[in-house]
Design a protein around this ligand. Sequence first.
Ligand SMILES: Cc1cc2nc3c(=O)[nH]c(=O)nc-3n(C[C@H](O)[C@H](O)[C@H](O)COP(=O)(O)OP(=O)(O)OC[C@H]3O[C@@H](n4cnc5c(N)ncnc54)[C@H](O)[C@@H]3O)c2cc1C
Length: 453
Amino acid sequence: MNWDAEVDIAVVGAGGCGLVAALAASDQGAEVVILEKTEHVLGNTASSAGMIQAAGTRFQRELGIDDSPEQMAKDIFHKNGHESDPELTLAVCRASGPMVEWMVDKLGIELSLFTEFKWPGHSHHRMHAPKSRSGLELINQLRREVAKREDIYLMLKSPVTRLLTGGDGQIIGVETSTPDGIQRIGAKKVILASNGFGGNKEMVQQYIPEMAEVLYFGYEANTGDAIKWGLELGAQVENMTCFQGHASVASSHGILVTWGGVMSGGFLVNQLGKRFGDESEGYSEYALEVMKQPGRIANYIMDEEIHQNLLSIEDYKNLAQLHGLKIADTPEGLAQKLGLPEAGLAATIEQFNQAVQDGQDSFGRTWFPKKLKPPFYGVKVEPALFHTQGGLKINVNAQVLNTKGEPIPNLYAGGGAAVGVSGRKPKGYMSGNGLLAALGFGFIAGRHAAENL
Ligand SMILES: Cc1cc2nc3c(=O)[nH]c(=O)nc-3n(C[C@H](O)[C@H](O)[C@H](O)COP(=O)(O)OP(=O)(O)OC[C@H]3O[C@@H](n4cnc5c(N)ncnc54)[C@H](O)[C@@H]3O)c2cc1C
């Protein structure tokens, strides 16, 4: 084959998975090209809250938190009903701690342990996040580090259009459509980091029909390309029905309202001013509950103390600064501003405060940090699809497997391109599983690919 360029490793996609994979490979002395479809380095990673779950880190130990990868895997299995691959889940949990410490120590990325509230399903504080608690800061810091490395080339506006195979079926490179024309890049290893299929309506309709008509809140360029190439090559895919949904995107401003509001003591009501489930189970599955309510809409109810607790999160702070929150001294006043029945909301707040006292409610919720006190805060929210969690089946080295369970030579995947650790259902998604699979498998893939050139 006549190559336009040859490198050790070609990485497809410049989101969190791709940048981490490239940096991990470069650390081992590999020459890497990152090919990005769009003109930006953003991806879903930039839209995220930048919450990276990792266990057994020194940041946890410094705060006296006794966590371990095994405990983290146990939490993940509990959330997904043991539907994720046990070996794979444990492998990425074990990689998470060293990876976060490598990001801080080697890449100079500023991360700190998030302790403002506990995320659903986690037995310990284990989210590590940039200061602003925003994925934009995370991806910008990763990009800054990539720019410093002479052995990493970043090509924007260069969608990969196909994988190139040798006579014996092994991957030997990629074809990309650049502004200067089609280029064939020879690579000893290829890492697929182009996320899942949330931006591909037809694939969402095929695998997750219940979310086909819902707001897609992820990166538009994530159209399932890697999964399609993998299927053509005889790769296995797994858990294609799984996704990360979210129950609370502010309808007025299109800004995520963090579930920290629930975990700090808030709740959701429908247009009748009534609660409709146990919110503390998780935001992904609760998207489906909101979809069952009148108008497929809900109202997030909080108070001043909760509001103050959320202001460290960039998205929430932006929403507050844009006056996206309704505030009132009485339940009736808040109901008026949200267009809800006054008596209905007042009764619900009273019942909720009673449940706080009792320690449980009729929906089975037992997570009640506090009673709601005036002034009250509220915002209308709608459900959304954030990203898909099913994808190419990989082994503990992030190598893509064929239908016989054997690695396809030279092919790796991570992040949304690969199967995650959330099992088959949306309720299997534990907070942090997205970046865990993206950065964690990127880290594993980059190192393994470079060590096996
Ligand atoms: C609002 C929001 C908040 C979130 N918050 C969190 C959080 O706090 N913690 C957490 O763990 N998870 C979170 N997630 C999930 C998390 O963002 C994703 O799981 C993760 O960022 C996926 O990373 P990735 O590298 O696989 O994909 P991305 O970051 O989406 O990157 C994929 C890249 O591949 C490119 N690409 C696609 N096709 C091609 C092609 N053919 N050729 C070349 N390039 C291509 C895309 O343009 C894109 O740049 C959140 C998601 C959303 C939407």
